[in-house]
Structures are given as C-alpha cells and as structure tokens.
Write a protein that binds this ligand. Sequence first.
Ligand SMILES: C[S@@+](CC[C@H](N)C(=O)[O-])C[C@H]1O[C@@H](n2cnc3c(N)ncnc32)[C@H](O)[C@@H]1O
Length: 374
Amino acid sequence: MAKNDNLGEAKKAKNDEFYTQYGDIEAEMNAYVEYNPDVFRNKTILLPCDDPEWSNFTKYFSSNFSRFGLKKLISTSYAKGAANNEITLFEMESPLFDEEKHESRGKLFTLTRDKDGSGNIDTDDIEFSGYLEGDGDFRSEEVKKLRDEADIIITNPPFSLFREFLAWIMEGEKKFVILGNMNAITYKEVFPYLKENTSWLGYKSLNIDMYFSVTDEYKKWLVQNKKEGSAYKIIGDVVMGRLASACWFTNIEHGKRHEWLQLDTMAHNLKYNKQLKKKLEEYGCETYPKYDNYDAIEVPFTECIPSDYDGVMGVPITFLDKYNPEQFEVLGATESEGKGFSNGLWNGDISQAIVNEKRVYKRLFIRKKGENAQ
Ligand SMILES: C[S@@+](CC[C@H](N)C(=O)[O-])C[C@H]1O[C@@H](n2cnc3c(N)ncnc32)[C@H](O)[C@@H]1O
C-alpha cells in the first residue's frame, strides 16, 4: 500500500475505530444511576455503533440488564467497520448465519429474555436477530426505525460523523449519552443545545484522559509515528489510543451538574491565584481585563470566576465541566465559533476575543444567576 493510502487508512481508523473501555462506560453510567436509580427501568436502549463482539457498551448493558430493569437492548453493527472482520459467536451459532451477508450487511442483536434459562438475563442471552438490509449506517431508514423504537441512544459514535449523529438523535427526540470530543462544544450544531440546557456534558471530568482499544493496524501506526504518552500509551502490554479531549454529551440528569462552584472574590483571586497573576502579567493588566472587542471581562481560568462580579464573563470552554445551570447562565460564545453566537456582546471586527491586542483562545460568555446579576 502506498504511504499516503496508509496514512489515509490510519486517519480514518483514528476517527472512527476507537473502542471504549468497559470501566469508562461503567463510571459514566454510574453517575446517571446514582442520580436516578430508575433511569433505565423499562427502557429500550439502542446501541447503534456496537457489535457485541467488540463493544463494551453491549457488554455493559447486557450484564446489567436485570439490575437496571431494562425492557430491551438493541445493538447494531456497521458492515464497513473493523468489527465486521470477526464473526461473533452469537451470529455463528444462529440459524440465520450467512457468511456472504456477514461481509456486506449490518447486523442486529437484541436482548429481551432469558434465552438460556439461567434465571438471569445477561450477555449469554443476546440474540442475533439477523442481517440488516443495508450496511448498518445509522442514517439508513431501517436504523432510524430502531432509533424511533428506542427510548435512549447510547454509544461512542464515529467521531467523523459526530455532528450528524447528534442531529439524528435530536431529530428522533431521544434521550442519549454519547462520547465526543470537547471541541464539539462550540460546533454550531452542538453549542445551541448546551446554551439552552437541552443537552449538557456528562459526568467524566474534562481533564481526565481516556484510553481506547484500537485496531492492530492503527496500533502499529501509532507506535511507528507517535511518541508514547501523546497519542497512545502502553497499558499492560497493550497499545491503547489516547484522547485527552474526549467527553460525554447527554440530556440525562446527573448530580455533578447541580453542584455549586465555590467562588472567591476578585480581590482574593487577584492576590492569591498564581496562575491568574501570571496570565494577567502576560496581558499587561492588573485586574480582570475587559475584552477589546466584546462587552465582557476575561476570566482565563474557571477557578478564578469572581463571586462579586455580576456582569458578563468570558471563560474557557472547559467551564462547562463545572456548569450548574442554577448558578450560571450561558449567554453565548466568541463569534469565531459560529455565526451569531455572541448574543450581541461582540463590538469589533475580529471575531476571536482580544485582550490588549492579544487574541485569546475560544471563550464562552456566562453570567451568574441571581438577584444581583444584571
Ligand atoms: C468510535 S467507534 C466506537 C465503537 C463502539 N461504540 C465503542 O465505543 O467501542 C465508532 C463505530 O461506529 C462505526 N461506524 C462508522 N460509521 C458508521 C455509520 N455511518 N453508521 C453506524 N456505525 C458507524 C465504526 O465502524 C465504529 O465501530
């Protein structure tokens, strides 16, 4: 294969063939169950990018089927994905198994009953319900029908189709928990939902790296082309893909989004916060500066949001990790992140936020809620 083709393949794999670890799924779902123990009771969950052979989402929800009181679990797999290289036991042992279709069709797996009479509904009871007409693309009519049948959509979708995937969920007006990239926060197809509090970030903190299983081909590519600790890490003796910016997006409640962020006064932060002092020195300012081109003050770190300022503040996008909608409202984002996002706060030519002629990174505009906020 030519070098460029290899690179193209690797890039595609990087985007779309990152497999989520069981522990990461468990840690995230625990937060929803902790907030509402009945969150999954009598619900149909669709895992639309998940072959049971590979997907820990399928493993996790089938293992917890009885405990959660699920009504039905549906998993579909995509014929063009790496998972299709393997024939699952569920598929092979089924009278519906067809080697030719295995190659070209998406697959449908369901779990509803105690098939093996073990007294428990679990992973062993997953049934291969046959091949889809097409390749299992979530955008197909047949997978849309499954979406419409489901109450909740949960998965790590192909990163390259994240915008479309979220739109697909929203079109179906479904509950969801999906993995994405932190950068998606400011996509024009995503940010309005976060601003309006119809979606929010999941439980996992943004500053925690995530590690994913990757295909053998991509492992090789990572080891040859990247430094350990950057795009990958060897855990045990397995090469795992690393993402520093992975985060969950959801519209299911969890406790963290109702925790109050402890704030100090401006004077306290200016006196004691070393990071803030250093940043203000870089800007050539003695206090929280006002942007040259937005009607808001710059707060370079979420931990420095002052308790005694009631106007509009520009904060890093990682603020959303600490966002409690009872404490703050999100007013907008810098215009560089999408047309019409600044909510009238922009009054310059350059859409990125500027402090003393220095451009700063992406910012969200927020304001404290409460009697004193203007
Ligand atoms: C990031 S991987 C995650 C896989 C699995 N959900 C997990 O977390 O382990 C995304 C998966 O979506 C599949 N996929 C890619 N394009 C798709 C499409 N258009 N429709 C459905 N699945 C797709 C890929 O083959 C891949 O298995």
